[in-house]
Structures are given as C-alpha cells and as structure tokens.
Design a protein around this ligand. Structure first.
Ligand SMILES: Nc1ncnc2c1ncn2[C@@H]1O[C@H](COP(=O)(O)OP(=O)(O)OP(=O)(O)O)[C@@H](O)[C@H]1O
Ligand SMILES: [Mg+2]
Length: 256
C-alpha cells in the first residue's frame, strides 16, 4: 500500500438541497496518476473545487500527506503542496515562453516583483526552466512570445507553471478541453513526463488522455464513486459500460 498523498474521508458537498458529492472516500498515492471520470454533471469539477479549497466542504475531511486541510484556504493548501493549474489568462502573453517560466519559478519563492533581467542571472532557475521546457519539447520555442504558441502549447505551459512551486499533488480539470485532436495527441506523454515525481489527479472526458495517462481510474457517478480500478479493469467493468452505453465508443464518454 502506497502512502496517501491526498485523501478524503466521507467528503460531501451540497448546494442548497442539491447533494452534488455524497460521501467520497478517495485517495491518491505517491507519484500516482489518478483519473476521475464520469458523465457531465457527475460532480468532478465540484470535487476539485472542494479539494482545492475554492468551495467549502459540507461535511467530511481532506488530508494532504496526512495533515488535515479541510478548513484551510486555497493558498495554505498550495503552500502545503496542493496545486491546481493556472488559468490560461494567467500567462504573460506578450512575454516569451522562457520569461514566463522564469517568472513562475521566481514567483514560487517570492511574493514581490523583481526585474526580469536579473532573473536571467539565476542559474538554478535557468536550469529548471530548461528542464521543464525540454520535457514539454518547447525548448526551441523559448524565445517566442506566449501569444504566438498554439493553444495546446499554451495549455501545457499553464500546467508547467503550476508545477513551479514543486507541489506534492497537482489537480487538473480537463487539461485537453477545447484542444483539436491533432494537438491532444502527445499531450498525455508530456504531462506524464512533467509529473513523474508528483501525484496527479485529473478529470477528463477525453478517453485517449485518460487511458494513456492514468495508473488508476475512479468513476464518479451522481456524486458517488461508483468503482475504481486500473484502466484495464475499468474498461471492462459492466457498470461503467452501462453508464456510457449509448454514448458511442470509449472516446465519447460524455462531452467536455
Ligand atoms: N455553485 C453551484 N451551485 C449550484 N449547483 C452547482 C454549483 N456548481 C455545480 N453545481 C451542480 O453540481 C452538479 C455537478 O457539477 P460539476 O460541474 O461538478 O460536474 P462535472 O462532473 O464537472 O461536469 P462536466 O463533466 O460537465 O464538467 C451539477 O448538477 C451542477 O449543476
Ligand atoms: Mg467539470
């Protein structure tokens, strides 16, 4: 049994009289990639918002590396190692890709502004920025302004920037949503490389991404975990097939 990096106990969330999450007991181990799948409205985004602290839990508990964080605000959870990817509009579009990486690495350590020029002198940042850009196969584009990158590359950079704080776990809500198929290809391998030594919990409707990236899949259905297992177990699970029946092939399990 692996150490649980992220764990919930009977986590519930209601909006007024609507029970959106009902007693979720879930855990993700060290360096594990766990996918949360489920039809539209199952509660995936709500689960991530409660985990991240953007929404308060109605009841139940959340633990990060054994420490309870249920009542902590998002910035405290981030400080303890729970990251969520930035929104794309947090990128500095008119700065180069490398500048964005350097600023994120600096911002992870400091809270005040600094002259970008002096960041070029930080060898540790330069090495880390290079390492991450190479993992994303974007090193050759480091001097391009972010606005000139493809949408897929911008999404990838957004994820990489959320890793600058060296989190223990990162939550990604539909990382390939809105990406053309041509750009989604190869995305899984790059995210896998970026998160090798981090626990990744993501949700997606893109089953190619799910099956290429997840070590384990949890199926959320009407706010409850219906079943969990390896991709092989989930793909031949009768209950899962029933949920997705009539929605076409495994690539059409709901719409983003
Ligand atoms: N702030 C809110 N107030 C009231 N109801 C909400 C709120 N946020 C979400 N819900 C409801 O909670 C349910 C789950 O929504 P959620 O967005 O978590 O689903 P999801 O699994 O992420 O769906 P999708 O696959 O479409 O992204 C839905 O019925 C939604 O209408
Ligand atoms: Mg959602």
């Amino acid at each position: 049994m692996q150490t649980a990096v992220l764990r919930t106990e009977n986590l519930s969330k209601s909006f007024g009289g609507l029970d959106v999450l009902s007693g979720i007991t879930f855990s993700a181990g060290e360096n594990e990639n766990v996918a949360i799948i489920g039809p539209n409205g199952a509660g995936k985004t709500t689960f991530f918002n409660v985990l991240g602290g953007q929404l308060p839990a109605t009841s139940g508990r959340i633990f990060l590396v054994g420490q309870e964080v249920t009542k902590l605000p998002p910035d405290r959870r981030l400080h303890l190692g729970l990251a969520r990817s930035y929104q794309i509009n947090n990128l500095f579009f008119t700065l180069s890709l490398l500048d964005n990486m350097l600023l994120a690495l600096y911002g992870a350590e400091h809270s005040h502004l600094h002259l970008l020029r002096s960041l070029y002198g930080r060898r540790d940042y330069a090495e880390e920025a290079r390492r991450m850009l190479e993992l994303m196969e974007l090193w050759d584009k480091r001097f391009e302004i972010v606005a000139a990158l493809s949408y897929g590359d911008q999404r990838l950079v957004e994820i990489a920037l959320s890793l600058a704080t060296k989190p223990k776990v990162v939550l990604l809500d539909e990382p390939t949503a809105g990406l053309p198929t041509s750009e989604a290809l190869g995305f899984a391998a790059k995210i896998r490389r970026l998160t090798t030594d981090i626990t990744l919990v993501f949700c997606a409707h893109d089953m190619d991404l799910v099956f290429n990236l997840a070590d384990r899949i949890a199926v959320l259905y009407f706010g409850e975990i219906l079943c969990e297992g390896t991709p092989g177990e989930i793909s031949c699970n009768a209950k899962v097939q029933e949920i997705y029946l009539g929605q076409g092939s495994k690539g059409a399990a709901g719409n983003a």
